[in-house]
Design a protein around this ligand. Structure first.
Ligand code: HEC
Length: 518
């Protein structure tokens, strides 16, 4: 019986392993989970969008995936659920590993799904204000280059931000960017020693981070939930930039595009971004592992209910792990983030799938562990030295930022994924390619018309602007027209936002931008 079971298991494994092909499911998985960084002109060192690009890398891909090193995604998804997660599910991991172990079968090359569309342009368009750093040449030779720029906005009145897009000047070298608002313009540019990791004043507020493949921050801006962030007259935008080893001599001029509500718009709920958890006064002794905690408020609990949208933990090179949550005696713990292996190179705001309500009396707590021994491969000092809190990358930090706002009834029921991509309808230029769309922007469905009748073998896919697969379209062979009903492959309505049609027609790939609004 046991032998039969084993035989059956082997047959089953072989059967499932055999069914994986590049054209069947693996190409789509690489598009979804790898290509945001691994595309021509992207940040990662190699493109992984075609069979010919992936197959020579099979050994190292297998290693990276098995060890969870790729895709980079530090937070523990079993602790809390986030938007835009990058990690592979267990099934996806098994699919790739089985495919690799099984000799990378290619499948039917005519059935390879069309790839996502990557553009160096903006996703959201011109916006109301663009703030750009001067052209900068990376100095990253043996060490990464961390530099900061403070750039005036020249705003003369208060404006309310509803969306922010970070557009790297050079996608091949911008590893991450942290974008802050400096309300009084007191920060200064620091490009001297390549060690600038953060602004020097507590009044300078973090707004958003950029890592490759990041989506613009689009705040819900229509009823029932209109959110905004103030930016006052005389503010500067402060950029903390990271250029990795190997980028020496390359140029970048990253910009931030801000979209505002029209002046005078009322009834917008202000969100704040701030390091509710912080400890600015500590020393980590050399050759020791140190645990630190910090909490908010220092005594008692929070005085009113509030809603939390996102979390951003921040440490430097000695960080080992970090956790943040809210708790109250005899109540459920509210979990924000758990990063079991801190990686200074991959830090981000993690937006929750649902708003997290923190009720009166709860206390927010952060726990962080630092490894200032020779066992930490990122330790900047050899031999280790005492390291204190400070702003340089070689100093340390313990901060957890949040986007938050006063609580209102029903906040915890909003689906942020749906609402975040809502409501920016002004843009949609360019790209004839002979593909016509009507109406575009669209509300219910969009009609797509091609120059020539479609033939069997032509393939059409829809992707989100972040490169996520939405659905395939199945045209009637011999016709020039078809309709997309704005649904994904699970037949669910998609949220508002920018999408791309990607089409492989007679072997050539075309794309077209589509805008869905409510
Ligand atoms: C968010 C960006 C990002 C995503 C998504 C991503 N990678 Fe990477 N990958 C990188 C970067 C950057 C490097 C360069 C080394 C580093 O910084 O760790 C890299 C390096 C690699 C390397 C080593 C390449 C070499 O020449 O040494 C492999 C292999 C790899 N990635 C595979 C994958 C696979 C497979 C996926 C998807 C399952 C993936 N990556 C998803 C950013 C990414």
């Amino acid at each position: 019986m046991k032998a039969l079971f084993i035989l059956f298991s082997i047959l089953f494994v072989q059967f499932t392993a055999k069914s994986q092909t590049w054209s069947g499911e693996v190409a789509q998985l690489f598009y979804d989970k790898c290509s945001k960084c691994h595309h021509p002109g992207g940040l990662a060192p190699v493109s992984l969008m075609t069979y010919d690009e992936v197959s020579p890398m099979s050994t190292i891909i297998s290693q990276y995936i098995t060890n969870d090193e790729m895709p980079p995604w530090p937070p523990d998804n079993s602790y809390q659920e986030y938007l835009h997660t990058r990690s592979l599910s267990t099934t996806e991991k098994t699919t790739v590993i089985n495919w690799l172990n099984n000799g990378l079968p290619q499948g039917n090359s005519a059935a390879i799904p069309p790839p996502p569309v990557y553009t160096n342009n903006t996703i959201l368009g011109n916006g109301d204000l663009t703030v750009q750093i001067p052209t900068y040449m990376s100095k990253a030779t043996a060490n990464d280059d961390y530099v900061c720029f403070s750039v005036p906005t020249y705003l003369t009145q208060n404006r309310i931000i509803k969306a922010v897009e970070v557009v790297p000047g050079n996608r091949e070298i911008v590893h991450h960017a942290l974008i802050f608002i400096d309300p009084s313009g007191i920060e200064s540019t620091d490009t001297l020693d390549g060690l600038c990791a953060s602004p020097s004043n507590a009044s300078t507020k973090l707004v958003i981070g950029y890592t490759p493949g990041a989506s613009p921050m689009i705040l819900p801006s229509v009823i029932p939930l209109a959110l905004g962030m103030d930016i006052g007259p005389g503010s500067n935008i402060y950029f903390a930039m990271h250029y990795p080893v190997g980028s020496y001599g390359e140029f970048d001029s990253t910009k931030v595009i801000l979209h505002f509500y029209p002046p005078g718009t009322t009834n917008i709920r202000q969100i704040s971004a701030g390091p509710l958890i912080s400890n600015n006064n500590f020393t980590l002794p050399a050759n020791q592992v140190t645990n630190l905690t910090a909490q908010y408020p220092a005594n008692g609990g929070v005085p009113t209910n509030f809603s939390v949208l996102s979390v951003f933990p921040h440490m430097h090179l000695l960080g080992e792990n970090i956790k943040a949550y809210a708790y109250k005696a005899n109540q459920d713990t509210i979990k924000f983030v758990n990063i079991p292996h801190w990686d200074f190179h991959w830090q981000d705001f993690y937006f929750f799938r649902n708003l997290q309500k923190v009720a009166t009396g709860y206390r927010i707590k952060g726990e962080a562990k630092y490894d200032n021994t020779v066992n930490n491969p990122h330790n900047p000092n050899s031999p280790p030295l005492n390291v204190s809190s400070g702003f340089n990358t070689t100093d340390e930090m313990f901060l957890v930022y949040f986007h938050f706002m006063p609580y209102m009834n029903g906040d915890e029921n909003y689906d942020l994924e749906e609402l975040m991509s809502a409501s920016l309808a002004e843009y949609l230029p360019e790209d004839p390619n002979g593909i016509m769309t009507f109406p575009n922007p669209f509300r219910e469905s969009v009609q797509i018309e091609f120059k020539e009748p479609l033939e069997s073998g032509d393939l059409l896919s829809i992707y989100s602007s972040a490169g996520d697969f939405i659905c395939k379209l199945n045209p009637l062979i011999g016709t020039k027209e078809l309709t997309w009903d704005g649904k994904n492959s699970n037949r669910e309505n998609i949220s508002s936002g920018v999408y791309y049609l990607s089409a492989r027609i007679k072997g050539k790939v075309y794309s077209k931008k589509l805008l869905k609004f409510d």
